[in-house]
Design a protein around this ligand. Sequence first.
Ligand code: XUL
Ligand code: CO
Length: 436
Amino acid sequence: MNEFFPEVKQVRYEGPKSKNPLSFKYYNAPEKILGKTMEQHLRFAVCYWHTFKGLGSDQFGSSTISRSYDQGGSAMEIAENTMYAAFEFFTKIGVKFWCFHDRDIAPEGESLSESNKNLDRIVAIAKKLQNNTGVKTLWGTANLFSNKRFMAGAATNPSPNVFAYAAAQVKKAMEVTKELSGAGYVFWGGREGYDMLLNTDMKRELDHLAKFFHLAIDYKKKIGFKGPFYIEPKPKEPTKHQYDFDAGNCYAFLQKYDLAEYFKLNVEANHATLASHSFHHELQYSVDNNILGSVDANRGDLLLGWDTDQFPNDIYETTLAMYIIINGGGFTTGGLNFDAHVRRQSIDPIDLFYAHIGAMDVFARGLRVAANMIKDGKFKKFVQQRYAGWDKGIGQKIEKGRIDFVQLEKYALENGEPKLQSGRQELLENILNEYI
Ligand code: XUL
Ligand code: CO
């Protein structure tokens, strides 16, 4: 069989002293931390669209990258080769999960039924490769944004015919995700949003989106797909205003339309910062509301300000992310999917390895540091002390609903000016630095 990445045999853990750029310095899959292996905590996934189909094109220029599996042959032959290349990559890098869109793995045909047939052929290969390698599907999804039919959205399109087409595509994508024993299914909004309100009935579009999700839930039950649905918040790009703006916006939508029990979120770092939130804000909000499902682990560039989808490389970010994820109970069906692509000038196959090694190592370091923070409990203790007033006296009465405004006024009049306490931000930043 063809080898698509002959320059790499197997990436292994060699420890922090190793100078081998094709080794892990911090990610030691079987090592136990806080009772689970690093592999179980981190549940890394490779994304198909960027890693194998992203060839460096941007708004200003076409592809810069050519891959051996992408040369010659029919679209289906390329799709088959790409699937073999992908599993070779997963195995060599030692990642146990992958994520895909329907149209990443198989080309769109002349008709919907031809597209479905293409998908079935490639999914059969993927299933065989999953069985051979033990690599699993973290989640599948449908691409409802690239084809021009979706230019005005899919489930929120002004035309019910496009809604129907999108439904057919999601139906099939759910079936193939189930066929591949996918742990979850993602809905990223794609072009569900608007560019101007003068041509948009926002309320009606959101009602339709909810209708779409309810139909998807009915179908999930019908075929017995057990994994959760995830919505992936994003505030803008490609539309000026995406409907799934951020975690808070999504949660309000899910509650309004009685969808909350079926959905969790797939929180993406770069989408958080586009919404002017930190990645860890979105994670904490999701944990607090029991809607953290999975994570698209990447980063943006604050100076560029668009969805640059870069590989994570910031130890502070990964430390805070892992601190929140582990304190929130850790992943069950979800994981860390590298929704990231190498830069346009990183044209060699080996750059894909460097990118994933760096990203896995920086999350592994984040996990190690977060585990130490959790073991010591310094931050937790600080927060407990800061809120200790709520565990007794007046605070307890308020929390338990045993006091009204009249009694609170009496208390304030009697007790005078509240005593102030420092938030100690600088000290806490120093302590965080010590851990890192
Ligand atoms: C787009 C994005 C998508 C989703 C899957 O910004 O993040 O790749 O993750 O559709
Ligand atoms: Co994403």
